[in-house]
Design a protein around this ligand. Sequence first.
Ligand code: TYD
Ligand code: MG
Length: 455
Amino acid sequence: MAKPKRRYVCQNCGSVATRWQGQCGDCGEWNSLVEDAPQTVFSARHDLSSGGRAIEFTPLDKPGELPVRQASGIAEFDRALGGGLVPGSAILMGGDPGIGKSTLLLQVSAHIARAGRDAVYVSGEEASGQVRLRAERLGLSNAPIRLASATSVRDILTTLGMEKPPALLIIDSIQTMHSDQIEGAPGSVSQVRGCAFELIRYAKESNVTLVLVGHVTKDGTIAGPRVLEHMVDVVMSFEGERSHQYRILRSLKNRFGPVDEIGVFAMEGDGLAEVGNPSMLFLSGREEPMAGSAVFPAMEGTRPVLVEIQALIVRLQSGATPRRAVVGWDNGRMAMLLAVLEARCGLNFSGAEVYLNVAGGYRLSDPAADLAVAAALVSALGDRPLPTDAVWFGEVSLAGEIRPVAHSSIRQRESAKLGFGRAFGPANGPAADKGIRFSGLSMLPNLVDRILSDA
Ligand code: TYD
Ligand code: MG
């Protein structure tokens, strides 16, 4: 048998190198390469002399044993999870510091505990007193949650192993946990990975729903190993602007349900309140239809985000050179769109100042924004407000065609979820989605007719 080659595996991204390096060549993480044990290769045999045991095969339609979901009682949380908590599953919840992860999970634990199920909340970041203080502020002091302040995974699992497993176990956060069997400081790649592995194994064996809180780095990924995302069943992200009231809970991966459901919350004085009608989020301040404002269902990677695009057109009396200014979108792209509107639709922007703004300091890079920008510009030019319940998406070519874009149905579903009733998009794109009225537009002049004649 050939001597097995040494191999080094990055504990962050899982890539394999043939020699040790200080930095992983693939993901750029430092000190994450660890020598992998030499692999022994088994081949198929006709008996059990390899020392392996026979495994059992079952048909897909075997009755029973399907996981039963348990509603947490917080509808927006259950919705984002695809229907509730699955016993024996592991959930990773990421989010910026201060966004409200601990608050939300304390509220979820209280709901579970008040429903008569055992909820354990282990904080590695705050003393129990601090968590109790928060619970008091949230009006949850009387919920029978079992609270602990601990960071040793061995202590936590030893304690839990001595009693009946809880229904819900919350670890806040995985970066503060450490295991004395693993080298490295808490938060290091090997510690995060090793602690998560032990906790997940306990959750699977004991049929506990495990929630791991994960910190997020500046670039938006969960700090520590990427492999954490592979180990858990569900990855959720809690998002929002800290200075802003609204929070969106999204699932980025879900082994038990769809990933395009979101939960919407508002951070209030007494914790996170569910926002039953999230369309208010975008319609507030826009109750009166305003000319020049169009809503665009953008995609952030695989994630939809609804943004408002605002256009303002000022006719100049004098012969001064008109200004064109764009915030949050590509300057050149707007110049192109104005040229197409002039050349293909006979509109006249010359002698007018054109301002374009993407609300909320958001930066758009999605090419599907063309149609929404065009709608905002035409609406501003003709002083015709667009329907407040409409969203617009599609790419515009130099010939003035409205071209299909990716993720058409995710855009429509997210818009419907956020309370929008109409979508305007490319005519020969994928079919319309349920829950929203779709109108296909094939050429830019169709859009202009629609806005300027639709009084
Ligand atoms: P927290 O849950 O500690 O965030 P995370 O665990 O994600 O770091 O939330 C902290 C913020 O939430 C803090 O800045 C104050 C705010 N907050 C409220 O506005 N109302 C409340 O009732 C609570 C508990 C927190
Ligand atoms: Mg916290």
